[in-house]
Design a protein. Structure first.
Length: 306
């Protein structure tokens, strides 16, 4: 999927799994996530990265062609010494995509795409098969390029954001206000990531909620993300997957309202604005309704039930 209006539905849930824990990777298959992120970066200590590469490559190779969640891999930052060894170890196992952390800007993805061109050819894969999801707000420099991803690479699936590494990069003692809300800088990073993804025509993905023991909090956070325009969310624990999946499927009330909007425009063929339930609606409202119905249709199809 190259954007919210592409033919295939977005990935609702990306579940992180440590790459050096094969038993956790195996258990994660049953969590119900649309995609797993097998982590070679922060979840793995430096001395265990070689082992993690072997475990992740073997796991992906064994799952190749089998039903289940899409297998993505979080590599180390493109500029880090560990990145090339990651790619060399894993690309033969044909992951669905790579999560790219601590991206400073589009140049990092262009550089990575060149590496992938060579590695896909080496392993007999079609060019561009490996998609990229950039974690696009983790460095101070990254905030100044969030509107510049359009046309960077056709591999780009989407942009996501994070507040923890950004706080460290800014030498902040916290990224929260006294009442527990995100401080302005991190709210800004979230909004710019969302707008930047939309501007580039790719999928915006909400960041993970650190509180994994409260499924209702996860549900409400994910629902807020969908309402704001995100098309999926990260999970750091299997217990977060079900509420995330539920939040990113439109409700029956939302479906009925969207169907009413589409019907109103259909009954006023050629009109650029219609009245419905005391409101004036125009073409952006129609597009929102059509988009919601596209997602709902996917998840109501046989085999795709939420």
């Amino acid at each position: 999927m190259t954007g919210p209006n592409a033919a295939t539905a977005p990935i609702r849930s990306f579940l992180f799994v440590p790459g050096d824990a094969p038993h956790k990777m195996q258990r994660a298959l049953a969590a119900g996530a649309d995609a797993l992120i097998l982590d070679l970066e922060d979840a793995v200590m430096p001395d265990r990265k070689p082992q993690a590469r072997r475990e992740v490559a073997a796991f992906c190779a064994a799952r190749r062609g089998q039903p289940g969640p899409a297998l993505w891999i979080r590599i180390n930052p493109v500029a880090a010494p560990a990145a090339l060894p990651d790619l060399i170890a894993i690309m033969g196992a044909a992951p669905a995509g790579l999560v790219v952390p601590k991206v400073d800007g589009p140049a990092d993805l262009a550089r990575l795409s060149h590496y992938l061109d060579a590695l896909e050819e080496q392993h007999g894969r079609a060019q561009g098969t490996t998609r990229l999801l950039a974690v696009a707000t983790e460095t101070p420099a990254s905030l100044f390029s969030l509107g510049a991803y359009a046309g960077t690479t056709a591999r780009l699936y989407g942009l996501t954001w994070g507040a923890e590494d950004l706080a460290a990069g800014l030498a902040a003692s916290t990224n929260r206000t006294d009442d527990g809300a995100l401080a302005f800088t991190y709210q800004m990073a979230r909004s710019l990531c969302l707008a930047g993804a939309r501007a580039a025509g790719v999928t915006p993905v909400e960041t993970a909620l650190m509180n994994f023991r409260d499924p209702e909090a996860v549900f409400h956070y994910a629902t807020r993300g969908r309402q704001d325009g995100f098309f999926g969310m990260m999970a750091i624990h299997p217990d977060q997957v079900a509420p995330i999946n539920r939040a990113f499927v439109p409700t029956s009330e939302e479906i009925a309202a969207a169907e009413a909007v589409v019907a109103a425009f259909a009954n006023a063929a050629g009109a650029g604005a219609v009245a419905l339930n005391g409101r004036m609606l125009d073409i952006p409202h129609l597009r929102q309704a059509e988009q919601l119905l596209h997602i709902a249709q996917h998840f109501s199809a046989p085999g795709n039930e939420a």
